[in-house]
Design a protein around this ligand. Structure first.
Ligand code: 13P
Ligand code: SF4
Length: 316
């Protein structure tokens, strides 16, 4: 007879103790995965947690590049991902050959890459960043140094605007989920909820436009650009009661849990990352039971990628 959801969750908990494992989950994971995890957070928080854990086994409920980052930081630990097909359209928007050509054309440039990249790409970077610390990382690079920023053009434009950096080229990559969240959808949602703060992820197709409009008073609403974890902190600390949220809908469960007395409205119910949703309770259980799927990174690539990730974890 098939186990009930509760029985599966209890079995996951028993296996976690038996194997001295930690379950990490991204803010876009489905609710039962967030609820059973030891830690839920954004890319930066998850990388930090992976680095400091003393557990023997890390089970990463998120997408592949995040599990790879955990392995790069912890080569001696076993890192598992419940579904190795959980990819990311942003990661796929640049190949290592593309990057090598770009670097060859700009030999003096400092290369800054968003954490949503493969281990091979990270091995070619000077700095790795997340949406939570991209601005600080670019600010920390001497002003006379040209910068290549990849792969997300919306985050790149946002960082360029925030830092006023002129000598920064941006790769034209995008995430299909966030690119679809445009200014028109935002305006429609904002009109529906007067009095709500607007929270926007910097990967959104409208992030720079939103900032410009907000600065010029064209969006009749306090607007904040945040990583997923930044949104959670803002909702907890703000005196406001309602929030319009422009990112993947998985974050709503986390927000409702952390600020239960407040209201959250997604800009789009269709902002669903199918890769994040590949991780299910059944797959998490199988992963712990059978220790699948192990994430490995060749040592030569790992060592080079480690340097750029170390800088990311230490700044911001
Ligand atoms: P955060 O680092 O803000 O959680 O974003 C990760 C991501 O994949 C956004 O789509
Ligand atoms: Fe990648 Fe976009 Fe999914 Fe985030 S939401 S994991 S950037 S495809």
């Amino acid at each position: 007879m098939e186990m009930t959801l509760d029985e599966k969750l209890q079995r996951i908990d028993a296996l976690r103790r038996e194997k001295n494992a930690i379950i990490l989950a991204h803010n876009y994971q489905i609710a039962p995965i967030q609820d059973v995890a030891d830690y839920v957070g954004d890319s930066l928080g998850l990388a930090r947690m992976a680095q400091k854990t003393e557990k023997d086994l890390i089970v990463f409920c998120g997408v592949y590049f995040m599990a790879e980052t955990a392995k790069i930081l912890n080569p001696d630990k076993k890192v598992l991902i419940p579904d190795r097909e959980a990819g990311c359209s942003l990661v796929d928007s640049i190949t290592v050959e593309d990057l090598r050509r770009w670097k060859a054309d700009n030999p003096d440039a400092v290369v800054v890459g968003y954490v949503n990249t493969s281990a091979e790409i990270k091995a070619e970077l000077d700095y790795c960043c997340t949406s939570g610390n991209a601005v600080q990382i670019v600010q920390s690079i001497p002003e006379d140094k040209p910068i290549l920023f990849l792969p997300d053009m919306f985050l790149g434009m946002y960082v360029k605007r925030m830092t006023g950096r002129r000598n920064m080229q941006i790769w034209a990559g995008e995430c299909h989920v966030h690119a679809a969240i445009n200014l028109e959808k935002i305006n429609r949602a904002v009109e529906k909820y007067p009095g709500a703060d607007l929270l926007v992820h910097p990967e959104c197709g409208c992030s720079t436009t939103c900032m410009l409009h907000a600065a010029e008073g064209d969006i009749d609403r306090p607007t904040y650009i945040f990583s997923t974890e930044g949104m959670v902190r803002h909702a907890q600390q703000s005196g406001k009661h309602a929030f319009v949220v422009a990112t993947e809908v998985g974050i709503l469960h986390r927000l409702e849990k952390e600020a239960p007395e407040k209201e959250f409205h997604p800009v789009s119910d269709e902002a669903i990352c199918e890769y994040m949703k590949m991780i299910t309770v059944d797959k998490l259980l199988a992963s712990l039971e059978q220790e699948i799927y192990e994430v490995n990174v060749p040592e030569e690539i790992r060592k080079k990628a480690y340097r750029s990730i170390e800088r990311m974890v230490s700044i911001g």
